[in-house]
Design a protein around this ligand. Structure first.
Ligand SMILES: Cc1cc2nc3c(=O)[nH]c(=O)nc-3n(C[C@H](O)[C@H](O)[C@H](O)COP(=O)(O)O)c2cc1C
Length: 365
């Protein structure tokens, strides 16, 4: 059974008292024998966003915590509103309303423990409400599923090494297409098109263009030319599947793209590939995005209409092993920037990159 917790407490309530209150509330749940209780998260009021005991307990139990403002909590219909609570906090309910919001519940009937009040030996009080999650109505991920999602994100790699001669079952392909169909796109325009390359001669023609572009790129790499040529940059010939990613001719969608029409279409195509990347990794299949080609050459080879443009060759299929880190990082070509280099607040205050020492700014100094 998946549940969400709503928590309220006196200022300075210790973690231990909160833990006792939560454990008592969870013990009150009438769960069928041996059905584990999985907490999807815990909610409280913004007033408690810096409550040390609450933060410590959530950290210790691995719950994601969220804090709702009183005016949002006050909108939730609850079985036990309190005038005293409203006077102190601005909402007639903290724990019941927060539990319902955190469970994405449709109504107050989701509450299984309405309001358990517990006074600890320290004299501080905590209130706990428990709402059950109805996954059939609306999926609400528990902490184990959240961790699985994080593991998937961390394990996703851009792959260039594939096991040759393999096939991918059509049922797998069908799931991958579901993932692409679920991708976000500006104005719901879905500007991507995917061409499955099944013609061996066409695949070879595309592979030759990638080979040629690899050499043209290398020639501009200056002191890093040999190092670049030592890298494997595509698995176009070996991968089980090869799909061409094409940006469709502009359909005129205005929503969200009046000022940046092409950029927003390209971003949407990128978002589709990210879905595909993750879905493929969940199938334990590798995916490599290859962008080493002259678009005009692919336009001709793929007989694209005017206005369409190839954005990638997507190599997909079984691999012997996934790189544990980005291959470019593993090989020393370039190291990823730490979050401090891209995470800021309000205004641009990032350090400028040092001037490049070669055609590729990732070059070590
Ligand atoms: C739009 C795009 C185009 C890319 N083109 C290539 C490519 O032509 N060849 C290649 O080896 N990697 C290509 N990559 C993969 C990146 O190098 C890779 O994502 C990056 O090094 C981080 O590694 P990771 O994806 O394994 O985390 C491309 C990635 C993106 C998003």
């Amino acid at each position: 059974m998946k549940v969400a917790l709503g928590l309220g407490c006196d200022r300075g309530t210790p973690e231990a008292t909160l833990a006792e209150a939560v454990d008592r509330a969870l013990a009150e749940l009438a769960t069928p024998p041996r059905e584990p209780v999985r907490v999807v998260g815990a909610g409280s009021i913004t007033l408690k966003a810096d409550e040390p005991g609450l933060l410590a307990l959530a950290r210790a139990r691995g719950w994601s915590l969220r804090f709702y403002p009183p005016e949002v909590l006050a909108q939730v219909s609850v079985p036990n509103p309190s005038e005293i609570v409203r006077r102190h906090t601005g909402t007639p309910s903290v724990s019941e309303a927060a539990a319902l919001l955190t469970a994405l519940a449709r109504g107050p009937e989701a509450l299984r423990v309405e309001k358990l009040r517990w006074r600890g030996a320290d004299g501080r009080s905590a209130t706990v409400s428990v709402a059950v999650v109805d996954d059939a109505q609306q999926p609400c991920f528990d902490t184990a599923q959240r961790d699985d999602a994080q593991a998937l994100l961390a394990a996703r790699r851009d792959m260039r090494h594939f096991l040759p001669g393999c096939r991918v079952d059509e049922s797998v392909i069908a799931r991958l297409l579901v993932a692409v169909q679920a991708a976000p796109s500006v104005g719901l325009m879905q500007p991507w098109r995917l061409l499955r390359i099944t013609d061996g001669a066409l695949r070879e023609e595309l592979a030759r263009e990638v080979d040629a572009e690899r050499l043209r790129t290398a020639a501009q790499m200056g002191p890093r030319e040999a190092e670049f040529l030592a890298l494997k940059v595509a698995g176009v010939r070996e991968s089980a599947e090869l799909w061409a990613l094409v940006l469709a001719p502009d359909d005129g969608t205005l929503f969200g793209r009046r000022t940046l029409p092409r950029d927003m279409a390209v971003c949407s195509a990128g978002a589709a590939v990210q879905n595909l990347w993750l879905a493929a990794r969940a199938e334990n299949l590798g995916l490599g995005w290859v962008s080493l080609f002259e678009p005009a050459v692919l336009a001709q080879a793929l007989q694209l209409p005017a206005g369409a443009q190839a954005l990638g060759l997507l190599c997909l299929g079984p691999v012997a092993a996934f790189y544990p880190r980005p291959m470019l990082s593993q090989t020393g070509w370039r190291q990823p920037r730490p979050p401090t280099a891209w995470w800021g607040e309000n205004r641009w205050a990032f350090e400028a990159d040092p001037p490049p020492v070669s055609a590729d700014p990732g070059a070590p100094a």
